[in-house]
Design a binder for this molecule. Sequence first.
Ligand code: PEP
Ligand code: MN
Length: 358
Amino acid sequence: MGNTELDQLRQKVEQLNLQLLSLINDRARAVQEIGRVKESQGVNRYDPVRERHMLDLIKENNDGPFDDTTILHLFKQIFKAGLDLQKEDHKKELLVSRKKKSEDTVVNIKGELIGAGKPQFVFGPCSVESYEQVAAVAASVKAKGLKFLRGGAYKPRTSPYDFQGLGVEGLKILKRIADEFDLAVISEIVTPADIETALDYIDVIQIGARNMQNFELLKAAGAVKKPVLLKRGLSATIEEFINAAEYIMAQGNGQIILCERGIRTYEKATRNTLDISAVPILKQETHLPVMVDVTHSTGRKDILLPCAKAALAVGADGVMAEVHPDPAVALSDSAQQMDLDQFEAFYRELAASSFVKA
Ligand code: PEP
Ligand code: MN
């Protein structure tokens, strides 16, 4: 007898569960409909006044056995799930996202393609110091059949008393080198006011790690028709890095190259920690080409080669490294730049590796 009563009660609970299920989903559909109406009116989805009103109404009508706290907790969960559903429906895919555009973006710099399958290399001094200094590296780059040369004219230095770069004089040197050696030059710009000037002198605007979240600079670089090499911030998450690229693309400039350059960790054996896993993640999540700067990530000349190979092995579209004709007297990053002989050996081995040879 007792068991029949229990069975009946259990059946009732099961039916109530199904009724609740049906009601919860009915509610969800109504909420989705509200979301669509609000979207078309451009109104904010979450409305705290309305939520307060609904909670008050529920509380007024609650005559137990659940107490108000429990009931309100349950309903808040239902509200939240409904809001999440609306968000899901109206989620805007980022412009840089692979979901938005499945094909790889290829950045064309003076006819040389980055992100088209062939690994590309960017070498050059940390800072532009003189015509002769840059020319020495340019000749070595040119002799290897390479196209890209880097060099900083505006240097964001940790100490204000350190060499700050030659400024526009440095850009002029780069322009002269580019013309004489038929190379494409990449240089960092640190302030929105200099973006326009840069257009006349350089082929790629670099935005440095320290400026990855300088949103006005990102917007200014996004508003011009010049490829941008965006470096990952020292402590930036991959999500923040992707959003920084979005700032550029949202202004209309889609010619963006992402550059992993190491992040800050507790490890002291290297200058930064090369986040090698960021490369395949960025390749998966975005359609942009990804390069790896092995110099600033490691800060160690003895491991540049294996790190460059690792970068290419995990799918990087290119590698950047610093080269100086006389690193011992370099005005910045003296210890980490390769001299021309080291550069020869580094490139010879890298080019001979299976990651570069077709
Ligand atoms: C650079 O490439 O010259 C440079 C300063 O690097 P980062 O912004 O990655 O530190
Ligand atoms: Mn440097």
